[in-house]
Design a binder for this molecule. Structure first.
Ligand SMILES: Cc1ncc(COP(=O)(O)O)c(C=O)c1O
Length: 420
């Protein structure tokens, strides 16, 4: 049966261009046109790989696309928790008990005991006094940075921090400076230029989402304390990944409670959706009463809150997943390197396979996907020109034999295309 929307637009009475005329020669129309042409060209050449619908997700390691089971090397389910029976059950129980939505925003009728339980679980897991949740990781960065910082303040952000951090910094209206990637001398120079009476926030990803390397936390902490700056770290790709028990960046470096604003997402290792900040009671209380995404946007749905809550418990009770992830990561990075690939500075589950030109990255992707290895390309402007890459991710759910096969496929493609 045709979709109602399809019928509407196919109807002869529908008048194209009545609402927005994209053929005008203004900046908006030109922008849209330029993008449409870029996408259409990639599609015509069979080099468009985005927005492909998965027909089935088979744990973190496999998925069905175009009717074929593929090895999944683009999933953030680092510990392979997606589809975990206990987590699914918790979500189902929450739907049975609470329904599928909340009754509005957290501050008014939207807070459920489930939200309080989840925030307690997160605080406990992160060894923090308390925690607050939001409906996405993106929104968490946006609202937290822009609520804490304002005109006259300074925000120092690593050059390759995630877009949500950049957007939060811009939205805050504070003086926004970027320091060279993971370069502590440059960070110190920038800190020296902050007026002594100004508030300053240093913000960085724990694991950088395009390169997979880890922030130099000990030096960052040292500098923040020397110059009296607050420190915020985004643990989107380190929660469940770094540290012996998956508690993240502080555990990885053996440092206890050195990050003021411990931010993370519930959409990667934790197979749900949402974002959190863990920290001191005063900080969280302030965010609960002043951050606009908390006050003016609906609460996390019950199933998602319950799933996230259960996932933290599973991480604690199934520590073998972290060990397995570490073994798989070592196998994957080591194998790609010995095949001759440049995997940059990664030591984590995000593994860039440097291709060079955008075209080379697209061709590598096509070859890999044609051989049932689902990887995705990252091209400019998301990464600097000439540093286009496959951005492969590895999980605890992968079997070493599958990883070997994926590496063979990638290496064969790399030789064909002339990357190795
Ligand atoms: C470092 C980082 N922070 C924040 C986010 C946003 O998180 P979410 O997808 O949960 O909104 C992402 C998402 O990819 C990320 O990589």
């Amino acid at each position: 049966m045709a979709h109602a929307c399809g019928q509407l637009f196919a109807s002869p009475s529908a008048q194209p261009g009545v609402y927005m005329d994209f053929n005008k020669n203004d900046a908006v129309a030109r922008r849209i046109q330029a993008f449409s042409e870029r996408v259409a060209m990639a599609q015509e050449n069979g080099l468009y790989f985005y927005n492909q619908p998965a027909q089935e997700i088979l744990g973190g390691a496999k998925a069905v696309y175009h009717g074929r089971v593929m090895g999944m090397y683009a999933s953030y389910s680092y510990l392979g928790l997606v589809g975990h029976p206990r987590i699914n059950e918790a979500a189902k129980r929450a739907v049975d008990k609470w329904g599928t939505g909340t009754n509005g925003v957290r501050s008014l009728a939207g807070t459920l005991t489930l939200h309080d339980e989840l925030e307690e679980t997160i605080a406990c897991f992160k060894h923090a006094e308390t925690a607050i949740t939001f409906t996405s990781g993106y929104v968490t960065n946006l609202t937290v940075i822009s609520t804490l910082m304002g005109r006259g303040d300074y925000v120092l952000s690593d050059k390759i921090n995630h877009a949500s951090i950049v957007d939060g910094c811009l939205m805050s209206g504070a003086e926004f400076r970027r320091f060279k990637h993971n370069d502590m001398d440059d960070l110190e120079r920038r800190l020296q230029h902050v007026p002594p009476d100004a508030s300053c926030l240093v913000v960085a990803d724990a694991v950088f989402s395009m390169d997979g390397d880890v922030i130099d936390l000990p030096r960052t902490v040292e500098l923040c304390s020397k110059y009296g700056a607050y420190l915020m770290v985004d643990e989107a790709h380190s929660l469940g990944v770094l540290g012996k028990t998956g508690r993240g960046i502080e555990e990885h470096f053996g440092l206890a409670d050195v990050v003021d604003i411990k931010m993370g997402t519930l959409s990667k290792t934790i197979p749900s959706v949402g974002g959190y900040v863990a920290g001191k009671k005063e900080l969280v209380n302030y965010l609960r009463h002043a951050s606009r995404a908390y006050i003016f946007s609906a609460a996390l749905p019950p199933a998602q809150a319950a799933a996230a809550n259960e996932a933290f418990k599973v991480i604690e009770e199934e520590p073998w997943r972290i060990e397995r992830l570490n073994q798989n990561t070592e196998l994957f990075i080591g194998g790609l390197k010995s095949a001759g690939f440049d995997t940059m500075l990664t030591t984590t589950a995000i593994v860039p396979v440097l291709c060079g030109s955008d075209e080379a990255a697209f061709m590598m992707t096509r070859e890999a996907q044609q051989h049932d290895v689902f990887v995705l390309p990252v091209v400019s402007p998301a990464v600097p020109e000439g540093q286009a890459r496959l951005r492969a991710t590895i999980t605890a759910a992968h079997d070493p034999a599958e990883i070997e096969r994926a590496m063979d496929v990638i290496a064969t493609a790399g030789r064909q295309i002339g990357i190795i």
